[in-house]
Design a protein. Structure first.
Length: 496
């Protein structure tokens, strides 16, 4: 079966190209919205200017009519003068005069008015937009303004203001109303708007190209430290995790990224160093009992007749027991390193575990060490009983190994916490070694600890178990001996 490689789209793959595309797209939308707004506003403003400019010819035509003069056909603006009671135009020009004399007027005639309605100066008002009809002249020429809708300015004149001779000259009745129509042509407004649209389009395209280029190269320059961080991080190997990235002095987000990566690399370096040290210490610890066991067996095999076989077997069994205990501790540490902290386990009563430990406690054969307990009632914590039992046993075994005559286990509750203290009356621990004793394979009295079966893993295992149960284990100051204090979050008792 042939498997084709998935087709990649046309989307840019680099961050700088994607950023430039995103900025250009956003800018294009913004520029289009601004251009649309400017287009409408410029068109409205240009149309208003054209209307204002058409007002002067309108008033000039009205003044000519009041003087009894028929306006000239030549005009900068299209106009048409109509009157009540007359189906033909009184006068027209500026493009409205393409029809033969006696042709019907195109624009509407006014209603009949009276002297009380129209003042001596005339009544100026804006007629509004009027749609021109589709007409042709006697030669078949199409009316230039036909079919379009145009703003029209109009003013009315009462013929009663004129003399009889002037009214007769204009061809209207003495009581007729004349209306002067001036068509406002949008050609100038459309030309201005079209020119502005073209300029905006050119400026927008140039601006988008420049903005995309600036964004692309700006992001490229900004990402140079990231590329340096990537190259430096890629050179980190498990055998040499000491490589660090250069922290820029700019103080921005990339500085925080470089600092975080260096911190992470340092943690990895520390973890690798701890692992190497742990492996070396484990090999060293395993070597001693193995060497003793091998030497004992080799001597016994070399001189079987002179060998104390019961003593040899006892020595071999003791060394095998040390190996077994050490292997179990190493496996437990490995499981603790890989296991998530306990949070959803059941509730365990530590008072019961302390009582059971005191009942099963065996005094060491070489010293009269007495174990006493002091509890204030049930104290529940979340976790597994086996883990807490191992934790308590490690603390008590460590205290017993160094105590002179007494080990005191105290259990109490305070501030929603369970506090368990294991106190011995031994020589104590120097303050400078308060944390070192929790490191793996660390013994302050190395020779005596080996002789009495210590592996140097009891306290590290106890602290790891405390951390996995959201607790803490620390060596607290004490007047005599050493006092280890375990703090755990208090849990509600299990439902009955």
């Amino acid at each position: 079966m042939n498997t084709a490689e998935p087709r990649r789209g046309l989307r840019p793959r680099s961050v700088r190209a994607r950023t430039a595309l995103a900025v250009a797209s956003t800018a294009a939308v913004v520029l289009a919205a601004i251009g649309w707004w400017l287009h409408g506003d410029v068109y409205r403003q240009s149309t208003q200017i054209a209307r204002d400019q058409a007002e002067a010819p309108l008033l000039a035509l009205a003044d000519q009519l009041r003087a009894g003069v028929i306006p000239s056909r030549r005009s900068t603006v299209p106009y048409e003068i109509v009157a009540t009671g007359r189906s033909t135009v009184v006068a027209s020009g500026g493009g409205m005069d393409v029809f033969a004399p006696g042709s019907p007027h195109v624009l509407p005639a006014p209603p009949r008015l009276s002297e009380s309605t129209v003042s001596d100066s005339g009544w100026y008002y804006e007629q509004g937009a009027i749609r021109m009809p589709e007409l042709r002249d006697e030669h078949g020429r199409r009316f230039a303004l036909g079919g379009g809708t145009y703003p029209v300015l109009s003013t009315d004149i009462w013929a009663g203001e004129l003399s009889s001779a002037q009214a007769a000259h204009l061809g209207v009745a003495p009581d007729a109303t004349l209306r002067v129509h001036v068509v406002v042509l949008p050609d100038t407004a459309e030309a201005i708007t079209a020119t502005m649209d073209l300029l905006l389009l050119r400026a927008g395209l140039v601006g988008l190209v420049l903005l995309s280029a600036v964004t692309y190269f700006t992001v490229r320059i900004a990402l140079r430290p990231v590329e340096a961080i990537r190259a430096a991080t890629a050179s980190v190997t498990p055998s040499d995790p000491r490589e660090r990235v250069t922290v820029p002095a700019t103080g921005h987000e990339i500085t925080a990224l470089a600092t975080t990566i260096n911190t992470t690399l340092q943690r990895l370096d520390d973890a690798a160093a701890r692992q190497r040290r742990f492996v070396a210490d484990a090999a060293h610890e395993l070597r001693s009992p193995l060497t003793t066991l091998l030497a004992t067996l080799e001597v016994a095999l070399a001189y079987p007749d002179r060998t104390d076989w019961p003593g040899t077997v006892t020595t071999a069994a003791r060394q095998a027991g040390r190996l077994q205990a050490l292997a179990e501790d190493l496996l437990l540490l490995a499981r603790l390193d890989a296991r998530q902290p306990e949070s959803d386990r059941g509730s365990v009563d530590l008072e019961v575990l302390v009582s059971q430990l005191a009942e099963r406690y065996e005094r060491p054969p070489d010293g009269p060490v007495v174990l006493t307990t002091d509890t204030t009632g049930p104290a529940h914590a979340r976790g597994r009983p086996d883990d807490y039992e191992r934790l308590l046993r490690n603390l008590v075994d460590n205290a017993t190994r160094h105590a002179a005559s007494r080990v005191q286990v105290t259990l109490r509750k305070q501030d929603r916490q369970v506090i368990l203290s294991v106190h011995d009356d031994g020589p104590g621990v120097p303050p400078e070694n308060a944390e070192a004793i929790f490191e793996r394979f660390v013994r302050l009295d190395d020779a005596r600890s080996r002789d009495r079966g210590g592996t140097g893993l009891g306290l590290p295992i106890a602290r790891e178990l405390a951390h996995h149960h959201a607790g803490t284990l620390a060596l607290v100051p004490s007047d005599t001996g050493a006092c280890f204090q375990l703090r755990l979050p208090q849990a509600p008792p299990p439902a009955k």
